[in-house]
Design a binder for this molecule. Structure first.
Ligand code: AMP
Ligand code: MG
Length: 342
């Protein structure tokens, strides 16, 4: 946990120097909290502290509805009984997330949760499940079986369970931006535990500079310039364990095999206007691997990405390359992806 704080501090320092000595700077308020199993930092300009206090209350409300481990949550009830009534916002989140599962052909699959639990990633009591156990669990992984009715009632077939964890923080970024905008805030930087959401630019009109973490160390790969966008990273380094033979198993699973996704990537960063899409895609593209991630990007064209490969390459989409400053000591080979397939 200490590492997370240090990381948050580094990010804050990196992003420091926002504003100048003008009035906007004096209105800089920030709030740190622990929610959704991660440390978050909310920073807003032109707002008073009460706005961030109520933003935190909103986060807690969303967490109480969507937590997969809190017995009183709608998601917990869904998994226990096969049906639960979601709030209209949460039902909309589920619909959008399921659409993304379909669009990624199941590389993102909200029903992979029982497999994640079998690996011990939900409790930290890690283990390597037998192939037979994984096969039985994977038989009950299929996002197409989740129904969301018009009134917000979500239903699952017998033996299925669902978790929105792969997309919740991205969506939360969107919700918080809308919330802050309604209260007159035009400039904010929300660090939701690796999911960064920006509102507007810095108070001085320049873009926010968001650090992207090096998956293979404590430093940065570089800095991206963004405005009104989310920057979301999924990486094997975030949550993993090593067995006695030294094999590393991480928390992003390939729903088709039930195994940690190993398709040549060690981290994926997605930059785009919709936090939920960026969050879901960072997970899905990690599962898909370099070739299929690039093909997906070419076909959709509504986001930018940065891929780090196991063999030491850093691949950037052209639109991101234009606003990415690599770290001075970068040990990766930089490549810009082509718009057309070679
Ligand atoms: P993220 O950190 O956003 O990449 O989300 C990863 C989390 O989502 C993991 O900790 C698991 O709980 C869950 N997860 C892992 N693999 C998948 C997958 N292929 N589809 C959906 N959720 C997943
Ligand atoms: Mg994600």
């Amino acid at each position: 946990m200490k590492r997370v704080w240090i990381w948050a501090l580094c990010l804050a320092l990196l992003l420091g120097g926002c504003g100048g000595s003008g009035a906007a700077r004096s209105e800089d308020v920030s709030r740190e909290l622990f929610a959704m199993d991660t440390y978050m930092t909310l920073r807003a300009f032109g707002a008073d502290a009460a706005v961030l206090e109520s933003a935190e209350a909103l986060i807690r409300e969303i967490e109480a509805e969507l937590s997969v481990t809190t017995e009183s949550s709608a998601v917990y009830q869904l998994n226990e009984t096969g049906a639960a009534r979601f709030s209209s916002e949460a039902a909309e989140l589920a619909r959008r997330a399921l659409a993304l599962c379909a669009e990624t052909n199941g590389a993102l699959d909200l029903t992979v949760y029982p497999v994640v639990r079998a690996w011990g990633f939900t409790t930290g009591e890690h283990r390597v499940p037998e192939r037979g156990e994984l096969d039985a669990l994977c038989a009950k992984v299929d996002h197409r079986q989740v129904q969301v009715a018009d009134d917000g009632t979500v239903t699952l077939p017998e033996g299925f369970e669902m978790d929105l964890g792969a997309v919740t923080k991205g969506w939360l970024g969107e919700r918080l931006c809308a919330y802050l905008r309604e209260r007159g805030v035009e400039s904010a930087l929300l660090d939701l535990g690796g999911n960064v959401q920006t509102l507007g630019g810095k108070p001085d009109g320049s873009a926010w500079r968001v650090g992207v973490r090096d998956p293979d160390g404590e430093g940065l790969l570089g800095v991206v310039e963004v405005r009104d966008e989310a920057v979301v990273t999924s990486g094997g380094y975030e949550r993993y364990f090593t067995d006695e033979d030294g094999t590393v198993y991480w928390h992003i699973l390939d729903p088709s095999t039930g195994m940690p996704a190993r398709n040549g990537l060690i981290s994926v960063t997605v930059v785009g206007a919709e936090g939920l899409r960026c969050d879901g895609l960072s997970t899905a593209l990690f599962v898909l691997g370099q070739e299929r991630a690039a093909a997906f990007w070419r076909a959709s064209g509504d986001f930018e990405m940065l891929l780090v490969t196991e063999d030491g390459r850093l691949l950037l989409t052209p639109g991101l390359a234009a606003r990415f400053t690599p770290d001075a000591g970068l040990c990766y080979t930089l490549e810009v992806l082509s718009d057309v397939e070679n």
